[in-house]
Design a protein. Structure first.
Length: 285
């Protein structure tokens, strides 16, 4: 199964970071949030990714182009212009990076990667939200419901106190400071499970996935919800980013469902004929 990740937006609400890099490349614990999302999926056995690039997409491509080198022990022979790769810690991922346009909407981006999705059930999520979502269970739920699309329904704790106020009175009869759990509504948390036929609901690049397609699927009774009561957090603002960073640094990141030992050292790769970047010869040992 493949996972499609929307990573092409401008991220204007976190412009302090997105002015220099796409929002999915903003780092938590020294790694892009995109990497964290991919680790969540990989924990559930999904390691084939299609990344929908757009704004500053070349930086996402560069990150993966250099990923192997950045996670390897290497020796450079400057006089011979050689690079020796000794040991590498690489993820067992297949990553397809697709330029889906600068101004394309979320539905249009999904439509543009149709040829890379194939004819099987696939996952879709946003490149700026993490959670301890049980993706395996969501796929099982999707198949049991028999619909075309399943979204993950989440409840995000409120940031402000809420109260009821009638049209005819200024009296506040109840007040809840920063409501949580059952006091907050269910919202779309991404982490979709989809059938390829949902792409037929997307006519063009201007289609917003959350409007026309999802609204039509819901009206037809083909959209279901997988309820997730655990941790979920989008990274919309710098405040969100700092909160996620604080959880990571404290060793209390609920979305870290993977075990570090799962990223094991790979065997020494076999010699290849193509030259390494800035080196005429690549030698492995």
């Amino acid at each position: 199964m493949k996972a499609v990740i929307l990573a092409g937006g401008y991220g204007t609400r976190i412009s302090e970071e997105s002015a220099i890099r796409p929002k999915p490349m903003v780092e938590i614990g020294g790694r892009p949030i995109l990497w964290h999302i991919m680790k969540i999926y990989a924990h559930h056995g999904i390691t084939d990714f299609v990344i929908c690039c757009g704004f500053k997409g070349h930086l996402i491509k560069q990150y993966f182009a250099d990923y192997f080198l950045h996670n390897a022990d290497v020796t450079f022979r400057m006089d011979r212009n050689e690079m020796h790769v000794h040991r590498a810690h690489a993820e067992p991922w297949t990553v397809t990076l697709v330029d889906t346009g600068q101004e394309t909407m979320t539905g249009g981006r999904l439509r543009r990667v149709r040829e890379y999705i194939g004819d099987s059930t696939f996952c879709l999520t946003y490149g700026d939200g993490v959670g301890d979502v049980d993706i395996t269970a969501s796929i099982k739920h999707h198949r049991e419901q028999g619909g075309l699309a399943t979204l993950t329904a989440v409840r995000q704790p409120g940031r402000f106190g809420v109260f009821n106020l009638s049209d005819t009175s200024s009296s506040v009869h109840d007040f809840t400071e920063k409501p949580t759990g059952g006091e907050t509504p269910w919202i779309n948390g991404g982490f979709f499970v989809l059938e390829p036929s949902v792409l037929d609901y997307i006519p063009d690049d201007d289609t917003v996935w959350e409007k026309g397609p999802l609204e039509q699927l819901a009206a037809e009774g083909r959209l279901t919800a997988f309820r997730h009561a655990g941790f979920w957090q989008p990274m919309d603002t710098l405040r969100d980013r700092n909160m996620l960073e604080g959880l990571w640094q404290a060793g209390d990141a609920p979305w870290k469902v993977w075990n570090d030992s799962r990223t094991a050292a790979t065997p020494a790769v076999q010699p290849v004929s193509t030259p390494a970047p800035n080196a005429s010869t690549l030698v492995t040992s």
